[in-house]
Write a protein that binds this ligand. Structure first.
Ligand code: BGC
Length: 251
């Protein structure tokens, strides 16, 4: 068994668990802390440190942390749904200073995508798989033959002249109290657009709302099969832990 700790940072909560990365399963229950406000890099990372202490994570356990932002060469490129001071942050330096351990930073949707590709709805699928997460924003992970193309950021495609996630994220459904039928019309425009651009062989839909997939996925008419994520709200934790374990193996 190889174990690593995954932390998934969202707009309202930070959750983490120890993961068996060879099986894609949780070894310990998920522990949650609220996302501090303001959600600055320092505040959020200190909360992650508390979570590691609470879970008694030893110094030798690899740690992976998701962020709702593209992370390239350990730097946050821009951020939509957490404090703006994350933009430009060097996550390695941040984690070293406030976590008290080395940790790997990874985009939240990429983490979910990796987990779904290894152990979930996209396991064993060849060709192009698009994993999306519908939440405060829209996250995307592009997987080709099981390998991740990182930081695809397809939630920020332009749709109806607007940022796509400001039209079709599940937060918009909540905000405007849209019925599933009305919300599905927005998703139809979004997924049809992405499908036209990328020709995926499979589309996976994650995020909290995917628990109610039977209310909206059957309404979508696309060429590719579109299926709910399997790992649900643990995909980010599992994917972050996998990334951390693999980074440790490489060193
Ligand atoms: C961010 C992505 C993130 C997605 C879901 C978007 O606003 O730009 O990096 O994956 O939200 O959290």
């Amino acid at each position: 068994m190889s174990a690593a700790f995954g932390i998934d940072i969202g707009g309202s909560g930070i959750k983490g668990a120890l993961v068996d990365t060879s099986e894609g399963t949780l070894i310990t229950p998920v522990v949650t802390e609220p996302t501090p406000q303001p959600s600055t890099p320092q505040n959020v990372t200190k909360m992650c440190a508390e979570l590691l202490t609470r879970c008694e994570v030893g110094p030798d356990v690899p740690v992976g942390v998701t962020l709702p932002a593209p992370v390239s060469h350990n730097r946050v490129l821009f951020i939509a749904n957490l404090h703006q001071s994350w933009a430009g942050t060097d996550v390695h330096a941040l984690y070293r200073e406030y976590l008290g351990t080395e940790a790997v930073g990874v985009n939240d949707a990429d983490a979910a995508g990796i987990a779904e590709a290894r152990f979930g709805a996209a396991a064993g699928v060849n060709g192009t798989v698009l994993v999306t997460t519908l939440g405060t924003g829209i996250g995307s992970a592009l997987i080709l033959d099981g390998k991740l193309w990182p930081n695809s950021e397809l939630g920020h495609l332009e749709l109806d002249g607007k940022d796509a996630e400001s039209v079709a994220s599940s937060a918009q459904k909540t905000r405007y109290n849209l019925s599933y039928e009305k919300y599905a019309q927005r998703l139809q425009r979004y997924y049809a657009h992405v499908e036209m651009l990328l020709c995926p062989d499979l589309i996976v839909v994650g995020g909290g709302i995917s628990a109610n997939h039977d209310q909206f996925l059957p309404l979508l008419k696309l060429r590719a099969p579109i299926v709910p994520a399997k790992l649900r709200n643990t995909a980010g934790i599992i994917g972050a832990a996998i990334q951390a374990a693999e980074a440790t193996e490489r060193h």
